[in-house]
Design a protein around this ligand. Sequence first.
Ligand SMILES: Nc1nc2c(ncn2[C@@H]2O[C@H](COP(=O)(O)OP(=O)(O)OP(=O)(O)O)[C@@H](O)[C@H]2O)c(=O)[nH]1
Ligand SMILES: [Mg+2]
Length: 451
Amino acid sequence: MNEDTIAAIATAGGTGGIAIVRVSGGEAGTILKKIFIPAVKREYFESHRLMYGRAVDADGEALDEVMAVLMRAPSTYTREDVAEIHCHGGSASANAVLVRALSLGARMAGPGEFTRRAFMNGRIDLARAEAVMQLISANSEAAARASLRQLEGGVSGFVRQVSDRLKDVLALLEASTDFPEEVEEEAASEAVAASLREIAREIRRHGDRRSARMLREGASIVLAGRPNVGKSSLMNALLNQERAIVTSIPGTTRDVLTERISIGGVMAEISDTAGRRDTQDPIERIGVDRARRAAEGADVVLIVLDAAVEMDEEDSGLVKSADDRAIICLNKSDLPPVVTAQQLNSMTDAKILEISAQTGKGIEELVEELGRRIAVGEENNGQLTAQRHIELAHSAADSLTQAVKAIEMGMPLDTAAIDIREAMAKLSEITGENATEAVIDRVFESFCVGK
Ligand SMILES: Nc1nc2c(ncn2[C@@H]2O[C@H](COP(=O)(O)OP(=O)(O)OP(=O)(O)O)[C@@H](O)[C@H]2O)c(=O)[nH]1
Ligand SMILES: [Mg+2]
Protein backbone atom coordinates (compact mmCIF):
# COMPACT_ATOMS: atom_id res chain seq x y z
CA MET A 1 0.00 0.00 0.00
CA ASN A 2 1.13 3.55 -0.74
CA GLU A 3 1.52 5.80 2.22
CA ASP A 4 0.42 9.04 0.67
CA THR A 5 -2.87 10.22 -0.77
CA ILE A 6 -2.95 11.61 -4.29
CA ALA A 7 -5.34 14.00 -6.01
CA ALA A 8 -5.95 15.31 -9.53
CA ILE A 9 -8.63 16.62 -11.85
CA ALA A 10 -9.77 13.55 -13.79
CA THR A 11 -11.71 15.28 -16.54
CA ALA A 12 -10.35 17.09 -19.59
CA GLY A 13 -9.67 20.84 -19.39
CA GLY A 14 -11.92 23.39 -21.05
CA THR A 15 -15.60 24.20 -20.74
CA GLY A 16 -17.88 21.27 -19.95
CA GLY A 17 -20.82 20.07 -17.90
CA ILE A 18 -18.87 18.66 -15.01
CA ALA A 19 -15.29 18.44 -13.82
CA ILE A 20 -14.24 15.67 -11.45
CA VAL A 21 -11.59 15.87 -8.75
CA ARG A 22 -10.37 12.44 -7.75
CA VAL A 23 -8.54 11.59 -4.53
CA SER A 24 -7.02 8.20 -3.72
CA GLY A 25 -5.25 6.90 -0.63
CA GLY A 26 -5.68 6.36 3.08
CA GLU A 27 -6.63 9.99 3.74
CA ALA A 28 -9.25 10.22 0.96
CA GLY A 29 -12.17 9.87 3.40
CA THR A 30 -10.82 12.38 5.92
CA ILE A 31 -10.08 14.90 3.19
CA LEU A 32 -13.52 14.51 1.59
CA LYS A 33 -15.26 15.05 4.91
CA LYS A 34 -13.45 18.37 5.33
CA ILE A 35 -14.21 19.58 1.80
CA PHE A 36 -17.75 18.30 1.36
CA ILE A 37 -20.92 19.00 3.34
CA PRO A 38 -23.79 16.69 2.32
CA ALA A 39 -27.25 18.22 2.05
CA VAL A 40 -28.98 15.14 3.47
CA LYS A 41 -27.34 14.02 6.67
CA ARG A 42 -28.58 10.43 6.61
CA GLU A 43 -26.61 9.80 3.41
CA TYR A 44 -23.53 10.62 5.37
CA PHE A 45 -20.56 9.08 3.52
CA GLU A 46 -21.97 5.63 2.97
CA SER A 47 -19.48 3.84 0.69
CA HIS A 48 -20.18 4.00 -3.05
CA ARG A 49 -23.15 6.32 -2.58
CA LEU A 50 -23.38 9.51 -4.59
CA MET A 51 -24.31 12.45 -2.35
CA TYR A 52 -25.47 15.95 -3.11
CA GLY A 53 -24.09 18.91 -1.20
CA ARG A 54 -21.53 21.72 -1.14
CA ALA A 55 -17.78 21.89 -1.42
CA VAL A 56 -16.44 24.40 1.08
CA ASP A 57 -13.19 26.22 1.75
CA ALA A 58 -11.32 26.34 5.05
CA ASP A 59 -13.74 28.98 6.41
CA GLY A 60 -16.80 26.94 5.46
CA GLU A 61 -17.58 29.22 2.50
CA ALA A 62 -19.11 27.42 -0.48
CA LEU A 63 -16.75 26.75 -3.40
CA ASP A 64 -19.35 25.00 -5.54
CA GLU A 65 -22.53 22.97 -5.45
CA VAL A 66 -21.34 19.41 -6.10
CA MET A 67 -22.01 15.69 -6.08
CA ALA A 68 -19.53 13.58 -4.15
CA VAL A 69 -18.86 9.94 -3.49
CA LEU A 70 -16.59 8.10 -1.11
CA MET A 71 -15.59 4.60 -2.21
CA ARG A 72 -13.96 2.53 0.46
CA ALA A 73 -11.21 0.05 -0.45
CA PRO A 74 -10.94 -2.50 -1.86
CA SER A 75 -13.73 -2.24 -4.45
CA THR A 76 -12.30 0.83 -6.14
CA TYR A 77 -10.24 1.71 -9.19
CA THR A 78 -7.00 1.84 -7.20
CA ARG A 79 -8.02 -0.63 -4.46
CA GLU A 80 -7.46 2.25 -2.04
CA ASP A 81 -10.08 4.56 -0.57
CA VAL A 82 -11.17 6.83 -3.41
CA ALA A 83 -13.16 10.07 -3.20
CA GLU A 84 -14.61 11.87 -6.18
CA ILE A 85 -16.06 15.36 -6.20
CA HIS A 86 -18.13 16.25 -9.24
CA CYS A 87 -17.97 20.02 -9.64
CA HIS A 88 -19.49 22.27 -12.25
CA GLY A 89 -17.48 22.24 -15.46
CA GLY A 90 -14.80 24.71 -16.45
CA SER A 91 -11.58 24.83 -14.54
CA ALA A 92 -12.35 27.33 -11.77
CA SER A 93 -14.31 25.30 -9.24
CA ALA A 94 -12.48 22.00 -9.83
CA ASN A 95 -9.21 23.86 -9.39
CA ALA A 96 -10.41 25.39 -6.14
CA VAL A 97 -11.47 21.96 -4.85
CA LEU A 98 -8.17 20.41 -5.94
CA VAL A 99 -6.14 23.13 -4.21
CA ARG A 100 -8.19 22.54 -1.08
CA ALA A 101 -7.52 18.78 -1.23
CA LEU A 102 -3.80 19.50 -1.61
CA SER A 103 -3.87 21.86 1.36
CA LEU A 104 -5.48 19.07 3.40
CA GLY A 105 -2.50 16.77 2.81
CA ALA A 106 -3.03 15.18 -0.58
CA ARG A 107 -0.20 15.22 -3.10
CA MET A 108 -0.68 16.12 -6.76
CA ALA A 109 -0.90 12.83 -8.73
CA GLY A 110 1.65 12.11 -11.44
CA PRO A 111 0.70 10.92 -14.95
CA GLY A 112 -1.26 7.67 -14.77
CA GLU A 113 -0.67 7.38 -11.05
CA PHE A 114 -4.19 6.19 -10.22
CA THR A 115 -3.86 3.40 -12.77
CA ARG A 116 -0.33 2.68 -11.57
CA ARG A 117 -1.73 2.12 -8.09
CA ALA A 118 -4.35 -0.22 -9.54
CA PHE A 119 -1.45 -2.16 -11.07
CA MET A 120 0.76 -2.01 -7.97
CA ASN A 121 -2.12 -3.16 -5.78
CA GLY A 122 -2.70 -6.13 -8.07
CA ARG A 123 -6.08 -5.14 -9.45
CA ILE A 124 -4.98 -5.11 -13.10
CA ASP A 125 -1.89 -6.33 -14.94
CA LEU A 126 0.35 -4.10 -17.03
CA ALA A 127 -1.31 -4.98 -20.35
CA ARG A 128 -4.69 -3.98 -18.94
CA ALA A 129 -3.30 -0.74 -17.55
CA GLU A 130 -2.01 0.09 -21.03
CA ALA A 131 -5.41 -0.78 -22.49
CA VAL A 132 -6.96 1.92 -20.28
CA MET A 133 -4.74 4.50 -21.90
CA GLN A 134 -5.40 3.15 -25.37
CA LEU A 135 -9.13 3.27 -24.79
CA ILE A 136 -8.88 6.91 -23.78
CA SER A 137 -7.00 7.80 -26.94
CA ALA A 138 -8.91 5.50 -29.33
CA ASN A 139 -10.01 7.47 -32.37
CA SER A 140 -12.35 4.95 -33.93
CA GLU A 141 -14.98 2.48 -32.87
CA ALA A 142 -12.78 -0.45 -33.89
CA ALA A 143 -9.78 0.89 -31.95
CA ALA A 144 -12.00 1.41 -28.91
CA ARG A 145 -13.38 -2.13 -29.21
CA ALA A 146 -9.87 -3.58 -29.44
CA SER A 147 -8.76 -1.63 -26.36
CA LEU A 148 -11.82 -2.71 -24.45
CA ARG A 149 -11.14 -6.36 -25.27
CA GLN A 150 -7.63 -5.87 -23.90
CA LEU A 151 -8.98 -4.11 -20.85
CA GLU A 152 -11.23 -7.11 -20.29
CA GLY A 153 -8.16 -9.31 -20.37
CA GLY A 154 -7.81 -10.24 -24.05
CA VAL A 155 -4.04 -9.76 -24.18
CA SER A 156 -3.49 -11.24 -20.74
CA GLY A 157 -5.60 -14.26 -21.72
CA PHE A 158 -3.62 -14.74 -24.90
CA VAL A 159 -0.31 -14.50 -23.04
CA ARG A 160 -1.50 -17.00 -20.43
CA GLN A 161 -2.74 -19.44 -23.07
CA VAL A 162 0.51 -19.32 -25.04
CA SER A 163 2.60 -19.60 -21.88
CA ASP A 164 0.61 -22.67 -20.79
CA ARG A 165 1.27 -24.32 -24.14
CA LEU A 166 4.96 -23.53 -23.83
CA LYS A 167 4.98 -25.06 -20.37
CA ASP A 168 3.55 -28.26 -21.87
CA VAL A 169 6.25 -28.27 -24.52
CA LEU A 170 8.90 -27.79 -21.84
CA ALA A 171 7.44 -30.71 -19.88
CA LEU A 172 7.68 -32.93 -22.96
CA LEU A 173 11.27 -31.79 -23.51
CA GLU A 174 12.23 -32.49 -19.94
CA ALA A 175 10.60 -35.93 -20.04
CA SER A 176 12.66 -36.88 -23.05
CA THR A 177 15.93 -35.69 -21.54
CA ASP A 178 15.20 -37.11 -18.06
CA PHE A 179 13.83 -40.48 -19.22
CA PRO A 180 15.57 -41.10 -22.54
CA GLU A 181 14.76 -44.82 -22.34
CA GLU A 182 11.01 -44.12 -22.21
CA VAL A 183 10.62 -41.24 -24.62
CA GLU A 184 11.88 -41.74 -28.13
CA GLU A 185 14.09 -38.71 -28.72
CA GLU A 186 13.54 -38.28 -32.44
CA ALA A 187 9.76 -38.42 -32.16
CA ALA A 188 9.88 -36.01 -29.22
CA SER A 189 12.08 -33.58 -31.16
CA GLU A 190 9.69 -33.57 -34.06
CA ALA A 191 6.65 -33.05 -31.86
CA VAL A 192 8.38 -30.23 -29.97
CA ALA A 193 9.55 -28.50 -33.16
CA ALA A 194 6.08 -28.73 -34.68
CA SER A 195 4.41 -27.22 -31.61
CA LEU A 196 6.97 -24.45 -31.37
CA ARG A 197 6.56 -23.55 -35.03
CA GLU A 198 2.80 -23.40 -34.60
CA ILE A 199 3.01 -21.28 -31.42
CA ALA A 200 5.52 -18.89 -33.01
CA ARG A 201 3.21 -18.46 -36.00
CA GLU A 202 0.29 -17.72 -33.73
CA ILE A 203 2.25 -15.15 -31.74
CA ARG A 204 3.34 -13.41 -34.94
CA ARG A 205 -0.21 -13.38 -36.23
CA HIS A 206 -1.46 -11.72 -33.04
CA GLY A 207 1.44 -9.28 -33.19
CA ASP A 208 0.92 -8.36 -36.83
CA ARG A 209 2.35 -4.86 -37.16
CA ARG A 210 0.23 -3.79 -40.06
CA SER A 211 -3.04 -4.75 -38.30
CA ALA A 212 -1.91 -2.97 -35.17
CA ARG A 213 -1.07 0.22 -36.99
CA MET A 214 -4.34 0.08 -38.91
CA LEU A 215 -6.21 -0.19 -35.63
CA ARG A 216 -4.30 2.56 -33.90
CA GLU A 217 -4.05 5.07 -36.72
CA GLY A 218 -6.58 3.86 -39.28
CA ALA A 219 -5.90 2.07 -42.54
CA SER A 220 -4.74 3.83 -45.68
CA ILE A 221 -6.32 3.00 -49.02
CA VAL A 222 -4.70 4.41 -52.17
CA LEU A 223 -6.10 4.51 -55.70
CA ALA A 224 -3.61 3.80 -58.47
CA GLY A 225 -3.87 3.58 -62.22
CA ARG A 226 -3.12 5.37 -65.44
CA PRO A 227 -4.97 8.57 -66.42
CA ASN A 228 -8.67 8.55 -67.24
CA VAL A 229 -9.46 5.05 -65.93
CA GLY A 230 -11.87 6.52 -63.35
CA LYS A 231 -9.88 6.76 -60.11
CA SER A 232 -11.43 10.06 -59.08
CA SER A 233 -14.87 8.77 -60.06
CA LEU A 234 -14.30 5.72 -57.84
CA MET A 235 -13.10 7.92 -54.97
CA ASN A 236 -16.31 9.93 -55.24
CA ALA A 237 -18.44 6.78 -55.45
CA LEU A 238 -16.85 5.38 -52.28
CA LEU A 239 -17.22 8.67 -50.42
CA ASN A 240 -20.72 9.15 -51.79
CA GLN A 241 -19.84 12.71 -52.53
CA GLU A 242 -18.45 14.71 -55.48
CA ARG A 243 -15.13 15.32 -53.80
CA ALA A 244 -12.55 14.90 -56.58
CA ILE A 245 -12.67 16.61 -59.97
CA VAL A 246 -13.73 14.24 -62.75
CA THR A 247 -13.28 15.09 -66.44
CA SER A 248 -12.74 13.14 -69.63
CA ILE A 249 -9.34 14.81 -69.99
CA PRO A 250 -6.49 12.45 -69.01
CA GLY A 251 -4.27 13.99 -66.35
CA THR A 252 -7.05 15.75 -64.46
CA THR A 253 -5.87 14.84 -60.98
CA ARG A 254 -2.46 16.32 -60.16
CA ASP A 255 -2.03 16.01 -56.43
CA VAL A 256 -2.79 13.40 -53.79
CA LEU A 257 -6.26 14.04 -52.39
CA THR A 258 -7.00 12.35 -49.05
CA GLU A 259 -10.32 11.95 -47.24
CA ARG A 260 -11.43 10.04 -44.16
CA ILE A 261 -13.86 7.18 -44.62
CA SER A 262 -15.33 4.71 -42.13
CA ILE A 263 -15.56 1.12 -43.32
CA GLY A 264 -17.19 -1.33 -40.95
CA GLY A 265 -16.35 0.85 -37.95
CA VAL A 266 -12.68 1.06 -38.93
CA MET A 267 -11.43 4.54 -39.66
CA ALA A 268 -9.55 4.70 -42.95
CA GLU A 269 -8.00 7.30 -45.19
CA ILE A 270 -8.60 7.05 -48.88
CA SER A 271 -6.37 8.87 -51.36
CA ASP A 272 -7.00 9.68 -55.00
CA THR A 273 -3.82 10.17 -57.00
CA ALA A 274 -2.58 11.43 -60.33
CA GLY A 275 -2.85 8.99 -63.24
CA ARG A 276 0.46 7.32 -63.96
CA ARG A 277 2.11 8.02 -67.29
CA ASP A 278 5.32 9.36 -68.77
CA THR A 279 4.89 13.07 -69.12
CA GLN A 280 6.95 16.17 -69.89
CA ASP A 281 4.69 18.39 -67.78
CA PRO A 282 6.76 19.16 -64.67
CA ILE A 283 3.71 19.59 -62.42
CA GLU A 284 2.13 16.36 -63.53
CA ARG A 285 5.46 14.61 -63.05
CA ILE A 286 5.58 15.59 -59.42
CA GLY A 287 2.01 14.32 -59.10
CA VAL A 288 2.93 10.96 -60.62
CA ASP A 289 5.88 10.64 -58.21
CA ARG A 290 3.61 11.39 -55.28
CA ALA A 291 1.11 8.82 -56.55
CA ARG A 292 3.84 6.14 -56.58
CA ARG A 293 5.00 6.99 -53.07
CA ALA A 294 1.45 7.01 -51.69
CA ALA A 295 0.82 3.54 -53.09
CA GLU A 296 4.08 2.24 -51.62
CA GLY A 297 3.03 3.16 -48.10
CA ALA A 298 -0.61 2.07 -48.38
CA ASP A 299 -2.35 -0.77 -46.54
CA VAL A 300 -4.63 -1.40 -49.51
CA VAL A 301 -3.95 -0.39 -53.12
CA LEU A 302 -6.90 -0.18 -55.47
CA ILE A 303 -5.46 -0.72 -58.94
CA VAL A 304 -8.00 0.79 -61.30
CA LEU A 305 -8.19 -0.35 -64.95
CA ASP A 306 -10.45 0.79 -67.77
CA ALA A 307 -12.36 -2.28 -69.02
CA ALA A 308 -13.41 -0.51 -72.21
CA VAL A 309 -9.96 0.10 -73.71
CA GLU A 310 -6.95 -2.07 -74.48
CA MET A 311 -4.44 -2.35 -71.65
CA ASP A 312 -1.19 -0.48 -72.14
CA GLU A 313 2.23 -1.03 -70.59
CA GLU A 314 1.42 1.08 -67.54
CA ASP A 315 -1.64 -1.10 -66.86
CA SER A 316 0.15 -4.42 -67.21
CA GLY A 317 3.04 -3.11 -65.11
CA LEU A 318 0.60 -2.25 -62.34
CA VAL A 319 -1.18 -5.60 -62.58
CA LYS A 320 2.11 -7.50 -62.47
CA SER A 321 3.27 -5.51 -59.45
CA ALA A 322 0.06 -6.29 -57.54
CA ASP A 323 0.95 -7.75 -54.13
CA ASP A 324 -1.24 -8.95 -51.28
CA ARG A 325 -2.33 -5.37 -50.60
CA ALA A 326 -3.87 -4.98 -54.04
CA ILE A 327 -7.46 -5.17 -55.24
CA ILE A 328 -7.82 -4.83 -59.00
CA CYS A 329 -10.86 -2.78 -59.95
CA LEU A 330 -11.91 -3.34 -63.53
CA ASN A 331 -13.84 -0.08 -63.92
CA LYS A 332 -16.27 1.07 -66.62
CA SER A 333 -17.66 -2.45 -66.84
CA ASP A 334 -20.94 -0.80 -67.89
CA LEU A 335 -19.35 -0.29 -71.32
CA PRO A 336 -18.72 -3.02 -73.94
CA PRO A 337 -15.79 -5.01 -72.52
CA VAL A 338 -12.36 -4.99 -74.10
CA VAL A 339 -10.48 -6.24 -71.01
CA THR A 340 -12.02 -9.11 -69.03
CA ALA A 341 -11.47 -10.55 -65.58
CA GLN A 342 -10.48 -13.92 -67.11
CA GLN A 343 -7.76 -12.24 -69.09
CA LEU A 344 -6.37 -10.62 -65.92
CA ASN A 345 -6.62 -13.83 -63.95
CA SER A 346 -3.77 -15.32 -65.92
CA MET A 347 -1.56 -12.36 -65.02
CA THR A 348 -2.07 -12.08 -61.27
CA ASP A 349 -3.27 -13.76 -58.08
CA ALA A 350 -4.74 -10.50 -56.80
CA LYS A 351 -8.46 -10.13 -56.18
CA ILE A 352 -10.28 -8.77 -59.27
CA LEU A 353 -13.63 -6.98 -59.11
CA GLU A 354 -15.68 -5.76 -62.07
CA ILE A 355 -17.12 -2.39 -61.13
CA SER A 356 -18.57 0.78 -62.54
CA ALA A 357 -17.97 4.02 -60.70
CA GLN A 358 -20.66 5.55 -62.87
CA THR A 359 -23.55 3.10 -62.36
CA GLY A 360 -22.46 1.88 -58.94
CA LYS A 361 -22.15 -1.71 -60.08
CA GLY A 362 -19.82 -3.74 -57.84
CA ILE A 363 -19.20 -0.87 -55.40
CA GLU A 364 -20.94 -2.71 -52.58
CA GLU A 365 -18.75 -5.78 -53.14
CA LEU A 366 -15.70 -3.55 -53.18
CA VAL A 367 -16.67 -1.99 -49.84
CA GLU A 368 -17.17 -5.48 -48.39
CA GLU A 369 -13.76 -6.56 -49.64
CA LEU A 370 -12.19 -3.39 -48.18
CA GLY A 371 -13.92 -4.16 -44.90
CA ARG A 372 -12.35 -7.61 -44.84
CA ARG A 373 -8.91 -6.18 -45.58
CA ILE A 374 -8.91 -3.52 -42.91
CA ALA A 375 -11.06 -5.19 -40.25
CA VAL A 376 -8.63 -6.33 -37.62
CA GLY A 377 -8.76 -8.99 -35.01
CA GLU A 378 -12.54 -9.16 -34.69
CA GLU A 379 -12.36 -12.92 -34.37
CA ASN A 380 -9.11 -13.17 -32.46
CA ASN A 381 -9.42 -11.72 -29.05
CA GLY A 382 -5.76 -11.18 -28.43
CA GLN A 383 -4.79 -8.91 -31.33
CA LEU A 384 -1.98 -6.84 -29.87
CA THR A 385 -2.02 -3.13 -30.60
CA ALA A 386 0.47 -1.58 -28.18
CA GLN A 387 3.93 -1.16 -29.65
CA ARG A 388 5.55 -2.50 -26.49
CA HIS A 389 3.50 -5.70 -26.62
CA ILE A 390 4.21 -6.21 -30.30
CA GLU A 391 7.98 -5.88 -29.88
CA LEU A 392 7.98 -8.34 -26.97
CA ALA A 393 5.75 -10.78 -28.86
CA HIS A 394 8.03 -10.76 -31.91
CA SER A 395 11.08 -11.21 -29.80
CA ALA A 396 9.39 -14.17 -28.03
CA ALA A 397 8.49 -15.67 -31.43
CA ASP A 398 12.11 -15.21 -32.55
CA SER A 399 13.33 -17.13 -29.52
CA LEU A 400 10.97 -19.98 -30.44
CA THR A 401 12.23 -19.99 -34.01
CA GLN A 402 15.73 -20.17 -32.58
CA ALA A 403 14.67 -23.19 -30.53
CA VAL A 404 13.26 -24.87 -33.64
CA LYS A 405 16.55 -24.28 -35.47
CA ALA A 406 18.53 -25.78 -32.60
CA ILE A 407 16.35 -28.89 -32.69
CA GLU A 408 16.62 -29.17 -36.47
CA MET A 409 20.40 -28.94 -36.23
CA GLY A 410 20.32 -31.89 -33.86
CA MET A 411 21.54 -29.95 -30.85
CA PRO A 412 20.67 -31.31 -27.41
CA LEU A 413 17.07 -30.63 -26.44
CA ASP A 414 17.98 -28.63 -23.36
CA THR A 415 19.46 -25.96 -25.65
CA ALA A 416 15.96 -25.48 -27.01
CA ALA A 417 14.64 -25.36 -23.45
CA ILE A 418 16.74 -22.25 -22.80
CA ASP A 419 15.20 -20.48 -25.79
CA ILE A 420 11.70 -21.50 -24.73
CA ARG A 421 12.24 -20.11 -21.25
CA GLU A 422 13.50 -16.89 -22.79
CA ALA A 423 10.33 -16.64 -24.89
CA MET A 424 8.23 -17.18 -21.77
CA ALA A 425 10.09 -14.42 -19.95
CA LYS A 426 9.42 -12.00 -22.81
CA LEU A 427 5.75 -12.89 -22.81
CA SER A 428 5.43 -12.36 -19.08
CA GLU A 429 6.88 -8.88 -19.52
CA ILE A 430 3.77 -8.02 -21.54
CA THR A 431 1.52 -8.54 -18.53
CA GLY A 432 4.13 -7.06 -16.23
CA GLU A 433 5.13 -10.09 -14.16
CA ASN A 434 8.83 -9.50 -13.46
CA ALA A 435 8.67 -6.11 -15.18
CA THR A 436 11.41 -3.84 -13.91
CA GLU A 437 10.71 -0.47 -12.34
CA ALA A 438 12.14 1.18 -15.46
CA VAL A 439 9.67 -0.63 -17.72
CA ILE A 440 6.78 0.30 -15.45
CA ASP A 441 7.92 3.93 -15.36
CA ARG A 442 8.05 4.05 -19.13
CA VAL A 443 4.54 2.63 -19.45
CA PHE A 444 2.96 5.18 -17.14
CA GLU A 445 5.01 8.10 -18.44
CA SER A 446 2.69 8.40 -21.43
CA PHE A 447 -0.49 8.48 -19.36
CA CYS A 448 -2.43 11.62 -18.63
CA VAL A 449 -2.69 13.09 -15.15
CA GLY A 450 -5.92 12.08 -13.47
CA LYS A 451 -6.16 8.57 -14.91
N1 LIG B 1 -18.84 4.73 -68.67
C1 LIG B 1 -18.10 4.97 -67.59
N2 LIG B 1 -17.35 6.09 -67.54
C2 LIG B 1 -16.62 6.32 -66.44
C3 LIG B 1 -16.65 5.44 -65.33
N3 LIG B 1 -15.81 5.91 -64.38
C4 LIG B 1 -15.30 7.07 -64.87
N4 LIG B 1 -15.78 7.33 -66.11
C5 LIG B 1 -15.45 8.46 -66.97
O1 LIG B 1 -14.08 8.40 -67.29
C6 LIG B 1 -13.51 9.72 -67.37
C7 LIG B 1 -12.31 9.84 -66.45
O2 LIG B 1 -12.74 9.74 -65.10
P1 LIG B 1 -11.85 10.22 -63.88
O3 LIG B 1 -12.51 9.72 -62.66
O4 LIG B 1 -11.56 11.66 -63.99
O5 LIG B 1 -10.53 9.39 -64.16
P2 LIG B 1 -9.14 9.44 -63.38
O6 LIG B 1 -8.59 8.06 -63.35
O7 LIG B 1 -9.28 10.12 -62.09
O8 LIG B 1 -8.25 10.31 -64.35
P3 LIG B 1 -6.95 11.21 -64.01
O9 LIG B 1 -7.28 12.10 -62.88
O10 LIG B 1 -6.71 11.93 -65.28
O11 LIG B 1 -5.85 10.25 -63.69
C8 LIG B 1 -14.65 10.66 -67.01
O12 LIG B 1 -15.21 11.16 -68.20
C9 LIG B 1 -15.64 9.79 -66.27
O13 LIG B 1 -16.96 10.24 -66.39
C10 LIG B 1 -17.46 4.27 -65.42
O14 LIG B 1 -17.56 3.43 -64.52
N5 LIG B 1 -18.17 4.09 -66.57
MG1 LIG C 1 -8.47 11.79 -61.31
